[in-house]
Ligand binder design. Structure first.
Ligand SMILES: [Fe+2]
Length: 293
């Protein structure tokens, strides 16, 4: 089992070359429907279509070592001098990774931290009048310290502890993204959000930072997660509607489930929102930004 999950969403496919094979495995990918078609065969119309497609690629499977070598070259985007022009090569580019992982392996550490974070979050929600004024205008039905206490990691040892554990995840994600100097990224802002039943958070992004994220402290059953939209929305002129059963790489909106103890990271320019909290209890989360100072 991998230690962390980097989920690439909203990948932009580009038709590169129309002169080469697409290998059977690459075409089938890992989608559960494909696995079903592979193992079950065709009894329904949908599965029959998959089986026909599978059969088509079986017919085009490499016939000798030379062709297998050519296919390996093409899968890396390289063209063989003896290329066979029958099937297009489609590769995905401009991926939008999302990071999700438990804050700590040790469940007791997570439980202890969340216990203290809940107590302090409720305290801030009780005493922070300026924050309530800001929330009444910008965060209906909820409380956030974003407009008043935006650097909690410098005010509270509990939030400072959270920062020190988050640093590991942010640097791991930045390394995956191949940022330069990932270890120099620093938490610049950190605030608390308390969503009562009926509260929601509109579409927004985090300006002037590089990596943003959320740590979930309290997530009653039914609480919504972060919802991300395809960053290419504003230039999708006349883009056709996708099928209802479209796979993840062709889905325009994705929701990351909220689970207490989880860290979710994303690049700060990625627009996101939180749907209405339909749970009876409060949803408590900590949001933060990282940048180079
Ligand atoms: Fe946000």
């Amino acid at each position: 089992m991998p230690l962390s999950r980097h989920v690439a969403c909203f990948a932009g496919p580009v038709l590169l070359v129309v002169t080469a094979h697409l290998s059977t495995e690459a075409f089938l990918g890992t989608h559960p429907r494909d696995m079903q078609a592979k193992s079950v065969g065709g009894s329904h119309g949908f599965t029959r279509r998959r089986s026909r497609r599978l059969a088509m690629f079986r017919e085009q499977a490499p016939r000798d070592e030379h062709e297998a070598r050519n296919n390996a070259l093409r899968s890396r985007g390289e063209e063989s001098s003896r290329g066979d022009a029958r099937v297009p090569v489609i590769t995905s580019h401009f991926a939008t990774p999302l990071y999700r992982r438990r804050l700590r392996h040790d469940a007791a550490e997570v439980e202890d931290l969340n216990h203290d974070l809940i107590a302090e979050s409720e305290m801030f929600a009780e005493i922070d009048k300026e924050g309530h004024q800001w929330s009444n205008k910008n965060y209906h039905g909820g409380y956030t310290s974003y407009g008043s206490l935006r650097c909690l990691h410098r005010m509270s040892s509990t939030f400072h502890q959270l920062e020190s554990w988050l640093n590991y995840h942010v640097r791991a994600f930045a390394t995956y993204l191949e940022f330069e100097a990932p270890r120099d990224l620093t938490m610049t802002e950190c605030w608390v959000n308390v969503m009562a039943k009926g509260a929601s958070h509109g579409l927004h992004l985090h300006q002037s930072s590089s990596i943003s994220g959320t740590y979930y402290v309290q997530t009653p059953p039914g609480t919504p997660g972060l919802r991300f939209e395809d960053p290419r929305f504003d230039r999708m002129m006349a883009a056709p509607k996708r099928r209802a059963d479209a796979g993840r790489r062709n889905t325009a909106v994705v929701e990351c489930p909220a689970r207490a103890g989880d860290v979710v990271l994303f690049e700060s320019w990625l627009r996101h929102s939180v749907a209405v909290n339909s749970a009876d209890a409060e949803r408590i989360s900590i949001s933060f930004n990282y940048h180079w100072c």
